[in-house]
Every structure is written in structure tokens, then in C-alpha cells.
Ligand binder design. Structure first.
Ligand code: BV8
Ligand code: ZN
Length: 245
């Protein structure tokens, strides 16, 4: 870890009033949740962008549900890691702290984060494709027929698919938090999927000190004021350690 960059970050954190954090699949990798890039993101040779769409669900709802139930099962077995918990400690130090996540795994919530904006929904929730009503029932694929809403609509996972708009409260809140942030931390994201990927630039454009924490370079690396390459589950606790009591 580049010590000089850490020193700069610690100074900035000591004087900051408003902090915004954007996380992606990378922060959950050390919990055992596969990320989207590379072979890890593949499921039965399908890329996430192929299955996480309205067209895929209309064409083959059984297959799409199989994928979500597979991920749900996997995510129900994992725990938050040191990276998730370090953000809880960081949140305690700022009156104005907003955690913006692209992750649908619910691990930030399970870790105890409070001010969270889940941009892409939550994989544990269901809703009706037609009327949007939430659905608490069990999803059983062997029943031969997929669960239906009382309005007759198909039940789907309550996540945002490619080509779909994000929940207005979440994306509007995310832009507001980005525009007023003194420091913006982008953690464990390849910064490719929009509009989430435009939040770091929005923050930087409004004067925020932009910090990237990621295992490998991304399109954001060149724009960040400092970029810390490594595992978020190691770097974040080290920063909290150095910030001291
Ligand atoms: C929309 C929920 C209006 C579902 C997801 C502008 C330009 C180009 C394209 C577009 C654009 N505007 C809109 C688009 C289209 C599209 C898009 O962005 N496409 C991409 C592929 C180019 N966006 C949309 O469709 C959005 N809707 O814009 O609506 C509209 C509509 C029509 C047309 C125009 C506009 C909706 C996007 C949301 C889709 N839903 N998830 C589900 O999960 O099932 S996106 C999903 O993929 C995730 O939520 C996340 O957002 C993304 C994956 O990215 P990451 O989380 O960053 O994960 P990734 O694996 O890529 O990277 C992990 C990183 O972590 C890596 O860099 C790795 O090195 C690092 N890492 C790994 N381990 C660690 C680590 N780092 C630290 N520590 C470690 N241990
Ligand atoms: Zn309905």
C-alpha cells in the first residue's frame, strides 16, 4: 500500500465533513460472492448482461429464476467481511455519510450500515412484473408453474435489470450525495455500468477528493486523486487503524 497516498487520505478524512462511498462486487469478493467480470461472472455460459434483462425474463423466466435462486442460495451462506465492517466504523466518524452500492447481496445491510442507497435493488426481494407489488411467497421452480401475482402478473426478483431505470429515490439521492461530498470513495467496482459509473465523476466535478480502492486499474484510475490498488478487506481496516480513535 502506497504510504504517501495513505497519509494524504488520512489528512483529507480528518478535515472532511461530507463523505460518499460507492461500492461494487469487489467489496463482497472476500465474502465469497463472485464478481461480474471475467469467468467468475459466468453462469452456465451466460454473461450477467444476458440474463439480467427483461427480454431474457420474457423469453425464459424459468432460466432467469434458476440463476437468481442459485445466487440467492449462495448469498444466503456468506457473511460480510472486514471491508463491510470498516465502512461501519468510517460511517460513525461523519455526520454526513452516504453509502451507495451496486450490490444486490444485502451484505452492507447485514453488516449494519444504516444510510445505504441500493441502486440496483436487493436479490432477496420479489415483486410483480406488471403492478410492481412486492411478493412475499416462496419461489418454487419445481411446481412447474412460476408464481403469479393476484393481478396475474409474473413474479420477478426486485432488482434493476439492464435497460431498466433505477429507483428514483436511490439514484437521485446518490447524485445529491456525490455533489456535496468532500471525499468520494469508489470501492471494488470496474466503473463500467451506468449511471452508477458516472457518480465518481459527478463528485469530482463538484470538488470532491476522489479516491479509488480496487484490485486492478479501471477507467476511473486515471481520474482519481489517489488510487489504492489492493483488496478492500485489507485496505479499509488499515485506513481505520491509521485513523485511530
Ligand atoms: C439504465 C442488478 C436508463 C441485477 C445490475 C451509458 C453508457 C453506456 C451504457 C449505458 C449508459 N447508460 C445506460 C447504459 C446501459 C447499461 C450499462 O451501463 N451497460 C454497461 C454494460 C455498459 N445501464 C443500464 O442498463 C442501467 N439502466 O441506464 O436505464 C436507460 C435505459 C435504456 C437505455 C439507456 C438508458 C441499469 C444498470 C443496472 C443493471 N443491473 N445489477 C443483478 O445483479 O442481477 S448491474 C451489475 O453489474 C452490478 O449491480 C454492477 O453494477 C455491475 C457489475 O459491476 P461491479 O459491481 O463493478 O463488478 P465487476 O465484477 O464489474 O468489478 C468488480 C471490481 O472489483 C473489479 O474491478 C475487480 O478488480 C475488483 N475487485 C475484485 N476483488 C476485489 C476487488 N476490489 C477490491 N477488493 C477486492 N477483494
Ligand atoms: Zn401484480
Amino acid at each position: 500500500m502506497d504510504d504517501n497516498n495513505i497519509k494524504i487520505l488520512l489528512e483529507k478524512l480528518k478535515s472532511a465533513k461530507s463523505v460518499a462511498v460507492l461500492t461494487g462486487a469487489g467489496i463482497s469478493a472476500e465474502s465469497g460472492v463472485p464478481t461480474f467480470r471475467g469467468d467468475e461472472g459466468l453462469w452456465k455460459k451466460f454473461r450477467p448482461e444476458e440474463l439480467a434483462t427483461v427480454d431474457a425474463f420474457m423469453a425464459n423466466p424459468q432460466l432467469v429464476w434458476e440463476w437468481y435462486l442459485y445466487r440467492r442460495e449462495l448469498m444466503s451462506k456468506v457473511e460480510p467481511n472486514a471491508g463491510h465492517y470498516a465502512l461501519i466504523e468510517l460511517e460513525k466518524r461523519f455526520d454526513d455519510f452516504t453509502l451507495i452500492t451496486q450490490n444486490v447481496d444485502g451484505l452492507h445491510r447485514n453488516a449494519g450500515s444504516s444510510n445505504i442507497l441500493e441502486l440496483h435493488g436487493n436479490i432477496t426481494l420479489n415483486k410483480c412484473f406488471d403492478c410492481g407489488q412486492s411478493f412475499e411467497g416462496k419461489i418454487n421452480l419445481d411446481a412447474g408453474s412460476l408464481p403469479q401475482c393476484e393481478c396475474g402478473g409474473k413474479i420477478r426478483p426486485d432488482v434493476v435489470w439492464f435497460g431498466e431505470l433505477l429507483p428514483a429515490h436511490a439514484i437521485n439521492g446518490a447524485f445529491e450525495a456525490s455533489q456535496k461530498a468532500d471525499i468520494f470513495l469508489s470501492i471494488g467496482t470496474s466503473a463500467i455500468v451506468h449511471p452508477a459509473a458516472s457518480l465518481p465523476m459527478e463528485a469530482s466535478r463538484n470538488g470532491a477528493f476522489l479516491v479509488e480502492i480496487n484490485l486492478e486499474p479501471t477507467p476511473l484510475t486515471g481520474m482519481a486523486d489517489i488510487s489504492l490498488m489492493g483488496k478492500s478487506g485489507e485496505i479499509l481496516p488499515a485506513i481505520l487503524e491509521r485513523l485511530g480513535g
